[in-house]
Design a protein. Structure first.
Length: 145
């Protein structure tokens, strides 16, 4: 197998996540590592930990970042919307400052690619979690009994 190319996937926001996926020679993507968005502080003082995101990116050196397009949710309060927007901006700025080219991806595009159901975020999260668990199991080191 040839050298793999690493990509960073980002679900933005303080409750989002980062994932690095390796792709080599047209083979199926392999999950390298995924983490929750690192944060500092609590409650109203909770912020994205940009230094931890930078360290994660530096550790993997992806060639490109794919970031889900951020948007306010219906009936989201102004404080929540501001907190979310601040988090998204901090994440995008961190990726840019790491000199990683980024592409903003519509949620419908990646859901369509993975054949995930409509607008139901919970169903998509459940299926995505199952995919991640499966990828982790497939890439785990065999254990000897």
């Amino acid at each position: 197998m040839g050298k793999a190319t690493l990509f960073l996937g980002v679900d933005p926001g303080v409750n989002g996540g980062l994932a690095v996926v390796a792709i080599a020679n047209g083979a199926a993507p392999v999950l390298v590592e995924c983490i929750d968005i690192p944060v500092v502080g609590t409650g109203a003082k909770e912020r994205v930990d940009v230094a931890a995101i930078r360290n994660f990116i530096d550790r993997h050196r992806p060639v490109r970042a794919l970031i889900e397009r951020a948007q306010a949710m219906p009936r989201q309060g102004s404080s929540s919307g501001f907190k979310y927007g601040r988090a998204v901006g901090a994440i995008e700025a961190t990726v840019a400052l790491c000199s990683i080219p980024m592409e903003i991806v519509e949620p419908s595009a990646w859901k369509r690619f993975w054949h995930l159901p409509g607008k139901d975020k919970e169903a998509a999260a459940t299926i995505t979690s199952a995919w991640i668990t499966m990828l982790q199991a497939l890439t785990a080191e065999p254990t000897s009994n």
